[in-house]
Design a protein around this ligand. Structure first.
Ligand code: MG
Length: 204
């Protein structure tokens, strides 16, 4: 399986990193080895100093598709999860400045926290109105609302599938809202989708 991630999908997050607003979705990928095994603590690697959390809504693809039209995209997923796109921000800034690919800063081992459970989409009234948030040691640090996405879930699936065939089990990280910040040793993070706890991890 693969993980396709969307960058710069929330206007206020684009502003906080002083990025340009893209004219098309920004995409990058993480390999399956990026997934933090469930219940494992997160050991921060030593190749960077500034690791950021980015809480994101995750879509699980349920069948193969390519060139999916936006109006049919809803047929390609049933379950919604929540996760962290962990980013070595100092390394990413270096790579961005040189115009180099981001993989070392975004796709390293354990850089993808994926909630152990997913919620069937019929549990929600409207996927374009989902609230989610992240706590760091019990304090809310990031909150998002899918209504603020520049590209909505179905548009993302359609756009992604023009480049990459989507297969059952693939995950889409749909972008992070404003409020990203640094992860510290011994921090505990918990992610909530509509007030339901979806994951909890500790940093070591
Ligand atoms: Mg992200």
């Amino acid at each position: 399986m693969k993980i396709v991630c969307v960058g710069r999908n929330y206007a206020r997050h684009i502003a906080e990193l002083a990025n340009e607003k893209p004219k098309d979705p920004v995409l990058f990928m993480k390999p399956d080895t990026a997934i933090l095994p469930p219940r494992n603590p997160l050991y921060l690697p030593d190749f960077a100093k500034d690791f950021h959390y980015e809480v994101e809504v995750i879509i699980k693809i349920n069948k193969m598709g390519k060139h999916i039209a936006p109006e049919f995209a809803h047929r390609y997923y049933e379950e919604i999860g929540l996760g962290l796109d962990i980013t070595a921000r100092d390394l990413q800034s270096e790579l961005k400045a040189k115009g180099l690919p981001w993989e070392k800063a975004k796709a390293f081992d354990n850089s993808a926290v994926v909630s152990p459970k997913f919620v069937h989409k019929t549990q929600f009234k409207n996927l374009d109105e989902l609230h989610f948030h992240l706590t760091q040691n019990g304090q809310m640090v990031q909150q998002g609302h899918t209504a603020d996405m520049l590209w909505k879930i179905d548009e993302l699936i359609s756009y992604i599938s023009t480049f990459f065939t989507l297969k059952k089990g693939d995950l889409i990280f749909t972008g992070t809202p404003a409020g990203v910040g640094k992860m510290n040793l011994n921090d505990e993070f918990a992610g909530y989708l509509e007030d339901q706890e979806m994951f909890k991890i500790r940093v070591k």
